[in-house]
Design a binder for this molecule. Structure first.
Ligand code: GUN
Ligand code: ZN
Length: 644
């Protein structure tokens, strides 16, 4: 029903199948009310390319349309052929303190009016509610979701995570929802957070919910209609949004921008060139509610479009970091992501695009954190007594510092590391993602400098070297030479080949992959390692783009023989095995187990249940996703064992 097509962090471009057509996510569902159609569904579809609508079943239930929608169906009444999602009245309970309908009545009503997706009547938990109260609400919400399964018929059921600001309740509620037969998982109770610009709280709520939600279902963020929050929400894995805001703000004389909201009465310059604005004067926007609503919808849709493009081109983090400068409360929210970097990292591709430094928060991007961690845990330096610590410089470092490094290797038994803001970079890892692919300003914030100092100290504490010296000009080499007599016997190419192997596949991988007679084939133009042959077998290729390896079958055999299960393995069932052996992709629905440390885009071993090696390839998903998804490719197979 839901398929992930592209990804960045927890964010994804997906496809949601319904009986009224396929929806590309992240998607914005404009909220329409049959009693008051400011922009008609037909226009929404034709002029705004809206694929899915949201309507409120509770409002219809209490209106003159009630019998009509039962008779002719909601698609007919709204004159919309695409999928329609409906809400249950839980929000009205929050606004008015009560709802005059039971869960059974409103779920059966949504089924009867032909909603594609219909919401259970959840208990809206308020941000200032106590734990006890929230817990009771969660229990009732879950029991209502369970009972609703019997009434849903063909309709996809929407269940909502509640639990107020309590992360434990959010995660628990989400876990239980994952066990119920739902089509969409929603996150609720967040409107007051958005109204109060409490974006850090919003981030905590989304993450706590996502921790418990199964990854193979789309996630709807209830009531997030302002594009200012879209970036963070998409980054954290929200797939659906509903917007009543485009119309509500327009009636209230407010113009939505990607940076916030402006009152039209204060408008001197239109400052927008969307189809609604390009030929408008400020007066047109003041006098014409529909035009203003159209503008509001256009900017909201444009932001989602930009987010999808950012996922596609690997710039989602940049997008979110830049947008977070729109409001101090957003910046606060961005900074709280650091607390959850270990969770976010699980979903981050091994490499993706480039890393443009946008501020000290960039050091805490999951890919930067992963780099530091893997260096600390997996890297073993070549034999050398001392360490030369170099300053941040143009990439690749080994080119910038080429003559200095040559001089150093002739005179001293020393190794080199660059004190980068991303973390200390051993010189032979300078081509590895995200180091070579990052762009860092020459002048750095104090916070970034301090952090890079802390990262370096963690590295030095590992005790690989008897001493380290900061580069302070030519005399530094003389100083090193006097303490650690050279020359160094280091073969830089071999050191690079080994360091990348351990960094990428774990400690010990370099011995497994490169044990034997090694031949490094280098590119003619730049002299960079391209292919690695060991005992005449093609074991690895080194990618120019991210400085990481592509695993060949011969390399896979070596890793498989050295590392016991579950390391690097994706286990598939017997239905899948013969296909993978022939070099076909491994689909998620056939995966029975997966190494927990595999990240998307990681090079992996595909094995059967008796640990026979079937293929090597690139993982598209992490463990959680492989185990949950019934749609899509888990491992893009490169070589099957039958063919080589
Ligand atoms: N609309 C806005 N917030 C909510 C919520 O928490 N639950 C439901 N069902 N609808 C909403
Ligand atoms: Zn506009």
């Amino acid at each position: 029903m839901f398929e992930m097509r592209e990804r960045a962090c927890l964010g994804r471009v997906g496809r949601l199948r319904t009986s009224h057509g396929v929806v590309e996510t992240p998607a914005l569902m404009p909220v329409v009310n049959p009693s008051n159609l400011l922009i008609s569904p037909e226009e929404l579809r034709r002029r705004f390319r809206i694929e899915i609508l949201m309507t409120n079943a509770y409002i219809i239930y209490r209106s003159r349309f009630r019998d009509q929608v039962l008779e002719r169906g909601i698609h007919h009444i709204l004159d919309f052929e695409g999928p329609i999602m409906s809400d249950s009245g839980a929000f009205q309970q929050h606004v008015y303190g009560r709802v005059d309908v039971s869960n059974e009545e409103i779920v059966k009503f949504q089924t009867a009016m032909g909603s594609d997706l219909g919401a259970v009547l959840d208990i809206f938990s308020e941000p200032d509610s106590r734990w006890r109260e929230c817990e009771e609400g969660v229990r009732e919400t879950l029991s209502r979701c369970e009972e609703a399964v019997a009434w849903k018929g063909e309709m996809g059921l929407v269940g909502t995570v509640q639990g107020g600001l309590f992360s434990d309740l959010r995660t628990k509620c989400a876990r239980s929802l994952s066990q119920i037969d739902l089509r969409v998982q929603a996150i609720g109770g967040v409107v007051p957070l958005m109204e109060g610009y409490r974006f850090a709280d919003l981030v905590e709520v989304i993450i706590a919910s996502k921790r418990g939600l199964r990854p193979d279902r789309p996630v709807h963020l209830f009531g997030a209609g302002h594009p200012i929050t879209f970036g963070l929400a998409v980054l954290l894995g929200c797939d659906l949004f509903d917007s009543a805001a485009y119309a509500k703000y327009a009636y209230d004389g407010r113009m939505i921008t990607r940076w916030g909201t402006t009152r039209v009465k204060n408008l001197r310059y239109v400052s927008c060139s969307c189809p609604a604005c390009f030929d408008a004067t400020p007066k047109d926007l003041k006098d014409d509610v529909k035009r203003l609503a159209e503008h509001n919808l256009h900017v909201s849709l444009q932001e989602l479009e930009e987010l999808k493009q950012a996922i596609h081109e690997g710039s989602l983090w940049e997008h979110v970091e830049r947008r977070s400068r729109a409001h101090p409360r957003l910046l606060e929210a961005l900074k709280t992501l650091r607390k959850h970097v270990d969770f976010l990292e699980r979903y981050e591709k091994l490499s993706d695009g480039s890393l443009f430094y946008a501020g000290p928060e960039s050091m805490w991007r999951p890919v930067a954190w992963r780099f530091r961690r893997r260096v600390l845990e997996r890297y073993r330096p070549p034999e050398a007594e001392s360490l030369l610590i170099l300053q941040e410089a143009r990439r690749p470092y080994s080119r910038t510092y080429a003559s200095l490094l040559r001089d150093l290797s002739l005179k001293a038994n020393a190794h080199a590391v660059v004190r980068s803001v991303l973390g200390p970079v051993p010189i032979e890892l300078d081509e590895v993602y995200p180091v070579a692919q990052s762009v860092i300003p020459r002048e750095l914030d104090v916070e970034a400098l301090e952090a890079s100092e802390v990262f370096l100290r963690q590295f030095l504490r590992l005790g690989h070297f008897s001493f380290g010296v900061l580069w302070e000009g030519d005399k530094t080499i003389a100083e090193l030479a006097s303490k650690a007599k050279g020359p160094s016997s280091l073969d830089m190419d071999m050191a690079r080949a080994r360091a990348v192997a351990d960094y990428q596949f774990g400690s010990g991988a370099s011995d497994a992959l490169l044990g034997g007679e090694v031949e490094l084939v280098k590119s003619k133009k730049k002299g960079k390692i391209r292919n690695v042959y060991v005992d005449s077998e093609h074991v690895l290729s080194l990618r120019a783009g991210d400085g990481l390896y592509t695993l060949k079958m011969a390399g896979g055999r070596r890793l498989h023989a050295t590392f016991g299960p579950p390391r690097l393995r994706v286990v598939v069932n017997e239905e899948s095995a013969p296909f993978n052996r022939e070099g076909r992709n491994a689909f998620a629905k056939f995966v029975v187990e997966c190494d927990d440390s595999i990240r998307p885009w990681e090079e992996v071993l595909v094995v059967d249940e008796s640990d026979d090696l079937l293929a090597v390839g690139r993982a598209i998903m992490n463990r959680e996703e492989m185990m949950a998804f019934q749609q899509g490719v888990a491992v893009k197979v490169r070589e099957g064992s039958a063919l080589s």
